[in-house]
Ligand binder design. Structure first.
Ligand SMILES: [Mg+2]
Length: 177
């Protein structure tokens, strides 16, 4: 019997969806990774819940605040909408154990390589982890995936669509929409 739960595509943000210029947080600095909108559109079409899981230690470091992150995310989602692509949810970890901002100075389970954000999204969105995967550009993303029990795919640059097509070939297309 088919699970009623959707599969999830957990995506790191910086270096996977947008170019990582080092703590990007201004909408004017937002630039898509090649193929990112199309890759996300394909995931939408194949029935994946697209969940962004992003460490933003810049908040703990006092470089920008949570409102700036939200503003950046609104811009990102608006840009995706222009390409008929959408993200189902964004989980953001502002904490860092060495943060300068006391409120955010913590060794939080959400911070990758911890699996906290993936596991919270699984509960919130009833995601079937057995049909899910994670894409990131760092080893900490791969460790978070492993800790959550989903396959991790390291994005090494280039066009994100190529990696998505490889993954869909390997783990299947859950649903054609
Ligand atoms: Mg990254």
């Amino acid at each position: 019997m088919r699970s009623e739960h959707d599969p999830g595509a957990f995506l790191d943000r910086d270096g996977v969806i947008n170019v990582d210029i080092g703590y990007p947080h201004r909408p004017e600095d937002f630039r898509f990774i090649e193929g990112a909108p199309e890759a996300i559109r394909q995931l939408n079409r194949h029935g994946y819940k697209v969940i962004v899981v992003t460490n933003q230690s810049g908040v703990a470091r006092g470089l920008f605040d949570e409102a700036a992150v939200e503003h950046f995310h609104n811009h990102m989602c608006a840009e995706l909408a222009r390409h008929d692509a959408f993200i189902d949810a964004i989980y953001m970890c502002p904490y860092h154990p060495d943060g300068q901002v006391e409120r955010y100075r913590a060794d939080h389970p959400d911070r990758k390589p911890g699996p906290g954000m993936i596991l919270r999204a699984q509960k919130d969105y009833h995601i079937d982890l057995s049909r899910s995967f994670m894409i990131g550009d760092k080893e900490s993303d791969m460790k978070a995936a492993q800790a959550a029990g989903v396959p991790g795919y390291l994005f090494k640059g280039g066009n994100l669509v190529n990696l998505i097509e490889l993954i869909l070939k390997q783990i299947g297309r859950p649903l054609e929409r």
